[in-house]
Write a protein that binds this ligand. Structure first.
Ligand code: FEO
Length: 394
């Protein structure tokens, strides 16, 4: 088991690596995750966040190798979600002298999660707690990811602890961005994390980043509560977050579809061919062959969504309907879309998909394309031409 990892003098990672988790409230976590907790030692000592309940013994071992838990003065709860607060009740048994520091929403939420009666300190943006040689400053981060969320900033070390902010579900023994052989893999996981967890809250991010700037916080290291710690590539992750939260995307199309008897699949491939011939980068994503959380990760960075479904029972094929329902809750920004699909008689799925896309703010590029039963040569030509027109209209 990996022991405590120093970040700065007197500041240690004391979290846990979860190699085997493959699902996080519905989102697939194929590379596992970490629950990062941080111990900060000044003249006084604080623990920032805990870990998922089952990993409490791992965190406790690390803490005990550094300090006697009974001598810890504060437990800063940056976020109440149980992947970070699950270890809290047992930690408070071991640290009876610790006061819990949280936002107003954090304190209200704490009472809804746990029955303990603990000493509480409510903090607002800009307020500080001195540990002697180190100062913790707090910044409320409402809805990033829950109403209780906040960031903790260690002034003397220019270290930001933003909990879910800048996180990735990524298990590794390496703790820092510059220790990895492939930063791209971590960026991919950061995008997936953003797409599935933070996309609906994206409009709150630019004002928060501005607030950080206005407060004059100089940041040399960002230590989130999932995944690796940013110390050499801060510009890269901050730029990515800025882009993702403002809808910056690539000139790229996704053809996202399902098929009953292969007709919609043939249409999808012909549309892709038309796009490719016209020079538009594109990708085919069969909804039942790709996890919806991976599809949403792709959607984050693509401008065009071409969504296909056969008509079934006067509506959208269930797998496509499920994806659209999930996507609607994520409020994708600045996307353009087209619907297509095969049908036997009614063809209602096309209008229904267009309605769903419009409801979530996707601009419809042109009327959807339907084909009766099985596409013939002329139909496939129409699909290719659709792909070409989409490429031309980008
Ligand atoms: Fe990592 Fe919102 O919890």
């Amino acid at each position: 088991m990996l022991g405590p990892v120093p970040l700065k003098e007197g500041i240690y990672w004391v979290g846990a690596i979860d190699w085997n988790v493959r699902e996080f409230h519905g989102y697939s976590t194929s590379r596992g995750t970490t629950y990062n907790a941080y111990l900060i030692k000044g003249e006084k000592t604080a623990l920032v966040d805990t870990v998922k309940a089952e990993f409490f013994p791992e965190m406790l071992d690390k803490i005990e190798s550094l300090v006697n838990p009974a001598e810890i003065d504060y437990l800063v709860v940056n976020h109440l979600e149980m992947d970070h607060s699950g270890g809290l009740p047992r930690f408070m048994e071991r640290a009876p002298n610790a006061q819990i520091v949280a936002t107003d929403n954090g304190i209200k939420g704490l009472a809804r999660h746990y029955a303990g009666e603990w000493p509480l300190i409510k903090v607002k943006s800009g307020e500080e707690i001195s540990l002697g040689t180190k100062t913790l400053q707090f910044l409320e981060a409402y809805m990033l990811h829950w109403p209780d969320s906040m960031f903790t900033y260690v002034k003397e070390d220019k270290l930001l602890l933003p909990n879910d902010g800048f996180g990735q579900h990524f298990a590794s023994y390496q703790r820092f961005d510059d220790e990895l052989s492939s930063l791209e893999t971590v960026m991919e996981e950061a995008a997936k994390y953003f797409a599935n967890i933070l996309m609906p809250l994206a409009p709150l991010i630019p004002p928060l980043l501005k607030k950080v700037e206005k407060m004059g916080l100089q940041i040399e290291m960002i230590a989130p509560s999932h995944g690796i710690i940013w110390r050499s590539h801060l510009d890269k992750i901050i730029q990515a977050w800025t882009d993702w939260s403002t809808g910056v995307a690539e000139d790229r199309a996704l053809i996202i579809y399902d098929s009953m008897w292969g007709s919609t699949d043939r249409m999808a491939k012909a549309i892709a061919q038309g796009m490719s011939q016209a020079g538009l980068e594109n990708k085919l994503l069969h909804v039942r062959r790709n996890h919806y959380s991976d599809i949403v990760k792709e959607i984050l960075t693509a401008k065009i969504l071409v969504i296909g479904s056969p008509t079934i029972n006067e509506g959208i094929f269930p797998s496509v309907a499920q994806l659209l329902s999930y996507l609607k809750g994520l409020h994708p920004l600045k996307k353009k879309g087209v619907a297509f699909g095969s049908y036997g008689w009614g063809g209602e799925a096309i209008k229904a998909m267009e309605g769903e896309m419009k409801d979530m703010g996707i601009a419809i590029l042109e009327p959807g394309l339907g084909v009766i039963y099985v596409p013939g040569e002329e139909d496939l030509k129409s699909c290719m031409q659709l792909g070409e027109r989409i490429a031309a209209n980008l």
